[in-house]
Design a protein around this ligand. Structure first.
Ligand code: ATP
Ligand code: MG
Length: 396
């Protein structure tokens, strides 16, 4: 038994009922309608980014219906007998002790679509025949392999939770845990996690354990993001070019190339139409100077680049605007990272193959196109002991 101190707060304070799942009113309403319409629609697919309440909402449904929850994972779907048992005649009877039963297929993303070994096929069978409402959760329901599934289930998107809601949840937890964390830190956590409440609770728990020098360092890191955040807020919301606008990035403790990525990422978030075109113009001009700074070491041009990224982008609009925008972290770097991750999978596959065939990994990598064909065979995959990640890489 883990001691109370070690229970992750995201477990301890897990949302249990509809009212606990905050900031997702739209999804909760859709779920209620779905439950009323069952069995006309057999399944509902809750999809969205991590930590926004998909699994919690599924459990909340069970709680509100006083239902028993039957959770199935991807490997259960490879077990035909088990599925047959669930859809078979015996299952049509209601559960003995509880009135209701619901089936939860959590994190369906991992399910494999390979023919006769895949599981996805069995899930579709279940969707046809189930006597109980089915709840599916997924991060990326738009994956091609879910084409059929999307037609058979009602789709409900859970959005990134608004930072104010995240902040409110953090405050509640602080109160219950009797921990004192400054408002700035809480706000900076709430903004940084971009709607992922699990991440917010984890961050808070971690910070609450730190001593003050460590905390300061950590908060310094976070302030860095907060400062680019407020700079962007200033640039995108104000139309007037004044002294503050010229100095807008002075306090942002970040290399100019990174500032560039942040601006680039968020222009389309804030601007549309003519404003978008004008802002992109400023950005491309900034990029020209960036190139000259790099190639000709003309540091003086940095002033121009900063000016274009600030005043230039700001003047794309005529009037000040109000409202809150959830600015995004540059995703390009993330994409590069993902690309590297994928390349890593290719490498491990080649390593396994190379070892078995007594060739070098490099040779295997070179012949990867050919290898892919060979590795299409199930027996060979089994022989090489490829794991699920590697298999799904091959099937992409
Ligand atoms: N909308 C919300 N309101 C209150 N708490 C939430 C909400 N969303 C998530 N949480 C909390 O965050 C944690 C993680 O939530 P949950 O497991 O439901 O996320 P998820 O959407 O299923 O994420 P994943 O895609 O990673 O499975 C839990 O502690 C949960 O209570
Ligand atoms: Mg989940």
């Amino acid at each position: 038994m883990i001691s109370n101190d070690n229970v992750p707060w995201c477990e301890k304070y897990r949302a249990n009922c509809f009212a606990d799942v905050q900031g997702q009113e739209f999804a909760v309403d859709k779920v209620k309608l779905f439950l009323k319409s069952f069995p006309k629609t057999k399944a509902i697919a809750l999809h969205g980014p991590p930590g926004v309440g998909k699994t919690s909402l599924a459990y909340a449904i069970a709680f509100e219906m006083d239902a028993e929850i039957l959770e199935l994972n991807s490997s259960d779907f490879r077990n035909k007998a088990k599925i047959a048992e669930i859809v078979g005649p015996a299952s049509r009877q209601k559960s003995l002790f509880r009135k209701n039963k619901i089936i939860l297929v959590d994190e369906v993303d991992g399910i494999s679509a390979i023919k006769d070994r895949g599981g996805l096929g069995e899930l579709l069978v279940l969707l046809e025949k189930s006597a109980f409402p089915i709840i599916i959760t997924a991060n990326d329901i738009w994956n091609r392999k879910f084409n059929l599934l999307r037609r058979k289930a009602e789709l409900v998107q859970l959005k990134e939770v608004d930072y104010k809601v995240v902040l409110r949840i953090l405050r509640e937890v602080c109160e219950k845990e009797n921990c004192v964390v400054s408002s700035e830190v809480l706000t900076s956590i709430a903004i940084r996690v971009r709607g992922d409440i699990r991440a917010a609770l984890n961050d808070l728990q971690l910070l609450s354990k730190m001593d003050s020098p460590e905390l300061l360092r950590e908060v310094g890191e976070r302030n860095k993001e907060q400062s680019i955040f407020s700079a962007l807020q200033y640039v995108f919301k104000n139309a007037k070019i004044d002294g503050d606008m010229i100095k807008v990035y002075d306090e942002v403790n970040m290399p100019i190339d990174e500032v560039f990525l942040w601006v680039e990422e968020n222009i389309p978030v804030e601007y549309k139409g003519v404003e978008l075109v004008r802002a992109l113009d400023a950005l491309s001009l900034a990029d020209v100077f960036r190139g000259r700074i790099r190639r000709q070491r003309h540091w003086r041009f940095m002033v121009y680049e900063y000016f274009l990224l600030g005043a230039g982008v700001a003047s794309a609009k005529k009037y000040n605007r109000t409202g809150w925008t959830n600015y995004r972290k540059p995703s390009r770097i993330l994409k590069i990272w993902l690309q590297n991750q994928r390349a890593a999978k290719k490498k491990t596959i080649c390593q396994k193959y190379a070892k078995r065939c007594h060739i070098s990994t490099k040779t295997a990598m070179k012949d990867f196109m050919l290898l892919k064909i060979i590795l299409g065979k199930r027996e060979i995959r089994e022989e090489l002991n490829l794991d699920n990640d590697e298999i799904s890489y091959l099937d992409k």
